[in-house]
Write a protein that binds this ligand. Sequence first.
Ligand SMILES: [Zn+2]
Ligand SMILES: [Zn+2]
Length: 610
Amino acid sequence: MRLILSHNYRYCKSRGYNTLFVCGTDEYGTATETKAIEEKCTPQELCDKYYKLHSEVYDWFEIGFDIFGRTPTRQQTEIAQDIFTKLNKNGYLEERVTTQPYCETHGSFLADRFVEGECPLCGYEDARGDQCDKCGKLLDPLELIKPRCKLDGATPVPKETRHVFLRLDKLEDKVKEWSKESSKKGAWSNNGISITESWLAEGLKPRAITRDLKWGTAIPLEGYENKVLYVWFDACIGYVSITANYTEDWAKWWHNPEDVSLYQFMGKDNVPFHTVVFPCSQIGTGDKWTKLHHLSTTEYLNYEKGKFSKSRGIGVFGSSAKLTGIPADVWRYYLLSHRPESSDTEFEWDGFIAANNNELLKNFGNFVNRIVKFVNSPVYDSIVPDGSKHTESADGLLALHKKEVNEGLTHFLHDMEAVKIRQGLSRALHLSYLGNRLLQHNKLDNALAKEDPVRCAAVVSLALSHIHLLAAVFAPFMPATSRAILTQLNAEPLVLPDTWTADTIKPGHKIGQAAYLFSQIKPEKEQEWREMFGGDEAKKAKLEKEAKAAARKAEKAAKKLKKAGDSDHHETDGKSGGSVEKKSAEADLKSDPAIQKIADGVQQVSLQTS
Ligand SMILES: [Zn+2]
Ligand SMILES: [Zn+2]
């Protein structure tokens, strides 16, 4: 499962924009139907289970969707059928007869990857119907030698079937024109642009939008009672129908291109469906649609110089992040500071720990704690002093501070508007650094309070307003931390301003009590987590090492004991018991919910009125 974190939405809310944040699971399709057969339940039951797991993960990470919806709804059927009917009326649909593998044993047509067999090129015995994993050849399932149904091993037979094709070729010119304009205006990410361009450069071909399945949106066409809409035609319509599940006024968002901007966030593998197939469906209806404005697509996040692998249990996944005991905000911080916006990035435990201990605790946490504690002290007894009596001294330190914070804020706002989330976060951290510097430059301590109370009051009042600003600046990234700061300040959230006035925490206001925002992570955790999430191979190596060490120790002990004339092997038994305990811990992790296929369908969309 990929972690999909979008913070532009919280940013929009903290700027006071009218924004809607929609996400959901697209639940229809072959993979669901087949998995349900495997798990001996109905597709509905399967989807209910995974939907719940997804929701829990997102709740834990505090992904603040306005609605986290699903595709099997009445609204989905209505809207998808309406789009289908209009495409048909406008001449963009066409029926074609195709030949597909059919399994007579479980009575169903088979999607390409549910047929396995021998590769006609290299002879590999477990080639999939769409591609051979050994030699990489792209395959047609009917080309496989000795093909078999992945589910029951029966030999599929070729069978003719009728399907509806979307004439993407007839919509090509229009979608090209639109994407050229939108990608420029909305400043799509580079990989989003290049993937779209390479798809368009190949020329668009008609694409089947129906499937021989039961689990899907019904097709409003005679003779198609036993077929459903193809999941990728259907899935993007989910954004619209999930909005319709949220509000009856969904058309004000989706049929309002003048006033609404559509921002979409996804991994790069899903680009063409959002930049070509869905826009083609929209254009083909002839209706006025809100179409993609900004596309934010990421590259891959790697795990410790390798790849995350759900099947091999390598890497830390959404559902197991909380097992580390580290708060979601720290995860959010680390993952966003490593968001693969322009190239692949690495997840590394030592970096994760360093980010918490140095960037968060020493920089951000220290600044907030130092100032709040100081105001809590008998010097002020938690009452905000009046900083206005201070006239700027020759060093101009306070005026300079205000100026630099405002420059930093301008950069921050600029990056966030452009959805450069990673850069925005590093700007936020810089603002926190400036706060620490303020306290250092002015040597804030009891001596200053005694010797120059007027200046001390000015520094304190400025610093309190500064952390009020930080609560707003960090809110998109670390909502719980932001709330904690507001509690300590006993203040309402600040709407992110264009210019920081530095006077939002008023004299005479009583603040709350200081509390640590972050806590130290011990360096030995690195090794512990690496083993915990290292997957079978690493685990195996570790267990082998342990076993060897234990054996060596046992040998030594045996020799010693032999010398001493004793043959008790108690110590060695104790060691192997430790390994068994760790083994069962690993089993727990592996039985941790495998959120698979449906996760691939989870994308995010955020709409805002301009
Ligand atoms: Zn079968
Ligand atoms: Zn092959």
